[in-house]
Write a protein that binds this ligand. Structure first.
Ligand SMILES: *Cc1c(COP(=O)(O)O)cnc(C)c1O
Ligand code: SF4
Length: 348
């Protein structure tokens, strides 16, 4: 049980933790006392999307277990080199949805701002890992083009800060951005898509809570955890602090082979999330990004897993199983998709 007082202790400076993230796969294995030869596939020491893991996250991995579900999410292995038909660089059509540099406007009433390309952790299955951020995040030119776009479209009620991970930006920059968003009268909600409260909970410090607590916008933070072992006491404390600042907390997870592809693992995740005050929101089918085919879970198996969840949890702890289809007006419930398991058959 975390007391109010414990939840208030100022954690170590998050920028230092961010900078000290583990980048050498061999170092991570040494820390975990895992021998490279016991891995399911050869280790990649020079991956094009380099490894990056905060120590706070690595600390939750099991020692001596080459199959640890957290380790699997971050460790580059030879399977990433496999070329599989249907696995492409931009599987969800983000490039085509860019309204102005750094703004994706795919869905009615909501616009997504690519606030930065940086993340605290590099998830091997990430569909944005090959997105050419360098030229297209909104921070360039101090958000001018992005803000102009949002100001000019009164149908947009909600702005989603995404990336990359928007909370890797400093608080001065974020406060300035949120101030500018507040000045747009038709905006009512601010949503932040971030993995930091989970992978680097020290990020949820008083400075962040300062600007977030003050805004007139309604606040939603969508975190990203895929396995119950990701939720430790520090994550719970960070979630409590966000809630105390008036934030509604949701989680999105990705269904990943070898990480969370069974009903028991996802039940445990939902329970752990709710104990931290977080509701499960989406469970995404893997986006078929090049290099991630070893995480794929067939659609039929995914539906079976979610039926299992429904049979053992209250409805509000069952996430919506969805997939993103280029050109679709919303994320698509997997139940409504046409039959094939083959990704290439789903593309419109
Ligand atoms: C996923 C996504 C959203 C948010 O969709 P919700 O169903 O509202 O969670 C908004 N814009 C883009 C471009 C997205 O990919
Ligand atoms: S934190 Fe999110 S955006 Fe960053 S690598 Fe992981 S899944 Fe991708």
């Amino acid at each position: 049980m975390i007391t109010q007082a414990q939840a208030r202790v100022q954690p170590a400076c998050w920028q230092q933790e961010l900078a000290r993230g583990i980048r050498d796969p061999r170092e991570l294995l040494r820390l975990l006392e895992v021998e490279a030869r016991t891995l399911p596939e050869r280790l990649l020491t020079e991956a094009p999307f380099p490894m990056k893991v905060p120590h706070a996250y690595a600390a939750r991995m099991r020692r001596g277990d080459p199959m640890d579900p957290l380790l699997r999410q971050v460790l580059p292995i030879a399977a990433e080199r496999r070329e599989v038909p249907g696995y492409v660089a931009d599987p969800v059509g983000d490039l085509a949805a860019e309204a102005v540099p750094g703004v994706l406007h795919k869905y009615e009433g909501r616009a997504l701002l690519i606030a930065t390309g940086a993340c605290a952790i590099h998830c091997r299955y990430c569909f944005r890992q090959q997105f050419p951020y360098a030229g297209s995040h909104a921070a360039r030119g101090r958000w001018t083009a992005a803000l102009g776009y949002l100001r000019g479209d009164a149908s947009i009620r909600e702005v989603i800060l995404s990336g990359g991970d928007p909370l890797t930006l400093g608080d001065a920059k974020l406060a300035e951005l949120v101030q500018a968003l507040e000045d747009i009268p038709h905006l009512t909600r601010l949503r932040i898509h971030t993995r930091l409260p989970v992978v680097l909970p020290a990020r949820v410090d008083d400075r962040l809570l300062g600007w977030l607590g003050r805004t007139r916008l309604q606040k939603v933070v969508v975190v990203h955890a895929n396995h119950a072992n990701e939720i430790d006491a520090q994550v719970i404390a960070a979630a409590r602090r966000l809630q105390a600042a008036g934030v509604t907390l949701l989680n999105q997870a990705v269904l990943l082979a070898g990480v969370n592809d069974d009903a028991d693992a996802l039940c445990d995740l939902s329970e752990a999330l709710f104990a931290a005050g977080v509701l499960p929101y989406y469970l995404h089918l893997l986006d078929p990004v090049a290099g991630a085919s070893h995480f794929d879970v067939p659609r039929s198996r995914a539906l079976q897993i979610v039926s299992g969840l429904r049979a053992s949890l209250p409805g509000y702890l069952v996430p919506r199983l969805v997939r993103e289809l280029a050109g679709s007006p919303s994320k698509v419930p997997v139940e409504l998709l046409p039959g094939a398991d083959v990704h290439i058959g789903l593309r419109s």
